[in-house]
Design a protein around this ligand. Structure first.
Ligand SMILES: [Zn+2]
Length: 284
């Protein structure tokens, strides 16, 4: 346990939605020490500042709160500790987006807001405006006409990630399945397996607009903002249509990926049947 003397003599107020590592970083700047040294001032066991954003136990939250003379809830709210395991792969490693209304450009050092790392969002968690890419030219999304449906998908993914609320299945798992390649091998001349994803069977314009570098990989599963509305709309459409839609999509798959997709949806169906059976029992 840290000593009471670990309290900082001067503390800086956290900004709205500021990420814990950013708050630590601003104190580090103030005290002219590296951010990790700042964190280790009260958590000598910490391996990196990013781990503080992702995983802190109750005692560590308490010690950090004491260092900043803050409430433990204030510290916890700035982390991703509440994010469901199924959604954690959609947390970016660095800021990928920002809201031009809520992100003060003149603040130095520039704070990082928690919502800048949420790979399932297209709108700002604070004001609802559309997010913009950080540090890159904004690209116009060709999926504007799906906007209303995308917002439904965003809410489904957000409910699961932030509040652990699911519908008949995990929206994050639907998102993962929708980004699978329909086939792994070229079936004809000019067929590029990387281009044709399950999602393209629901949002047909996707196949034509994607570029190789813009599609996610297992190592980097976050879609760029201009393509994200298509994925969110796809999640909303599958969620609304129900498990039968997954069966229909199975028919779009080829080769080894058909087997992988089938295995994943069989798993989903088993859980869905089980939870439907238990809710029917509750009704009796
Ligand atoms: Zn905003």
């Amino acid at each position: 346990m840290g000593e009471p003397s670990r309290r900082l003599p001067v503390t800086l107020a956290p900004l709205t939605d500021e990420l814990l590592s950013s708050w630590i970083g601003r104190h580090a700047e103030f005290y002219a020490v590296p951010p990790l040294a700042m964190l280790r001032h009260c958590l000598p066991e910490a391996s990196s500042v990013r781990t503080a954003d992702l995983d802190l136990n109750e005692d560590q939250v308490f010690r950090l709160a004491r260092m900043f003379s803050a409430d433990p809830t204030t510290v916890c709210r700035r982390t991703f500790a509440n994010i469901a395991q199924s959604s954690r792969r959609l947390i970016a490693k660095e800021p990928v987006q920002s809201c031009s209304c809520c992100h003060p450009p003149k603040h130095e050092p520039r704070p990082v807001l928690r919502s800048q790392l949420l790979g399932w969002r297209i709108t700002c968690t604070l004001c609802g405006c559309l997010l913009r890419h950080s540090g890159r030219h904004d690209r116009h999304s060709p999926f504007g006409r799906y906007h209303g449906t995308s917002l439904i998908g965003e809410r489904l993914l957000d409910d699961e990630a932030e509040r652990n609320v699911r519908t008949w299945t995990s929206p994050a798992e639907i998102a993962r399945l929708l980004l699978m390649r329909r086939g792994t091998r070229p079936i004809s001349r000019g067929y590029e397996p990387w281009r044709f994803r399950v999602l393209g069977a629901i949002i047909p314009d996707l196949d034509d607009v994607v570029e190789r570098g813009s599609l996610p990989t297992p190592a980097s599963p976050i879609l760029p903002l201009h393509l994200r509305p298509a994925l969110l709309a796809g999640v909303a459409i599958v969620e609304r249509a129900g498990p039968e839609m997954l069966e229909m999509l199975r028919g779009q798959m080829m080769g080894a990926n058909k087997a992988r997709f089938s295995g994943a949806i069989d798993e989903i169906m088993t859980h869905t049947c089980r939870s439907m059976a238990s809710s029917q029992l509750q009704l009796i």
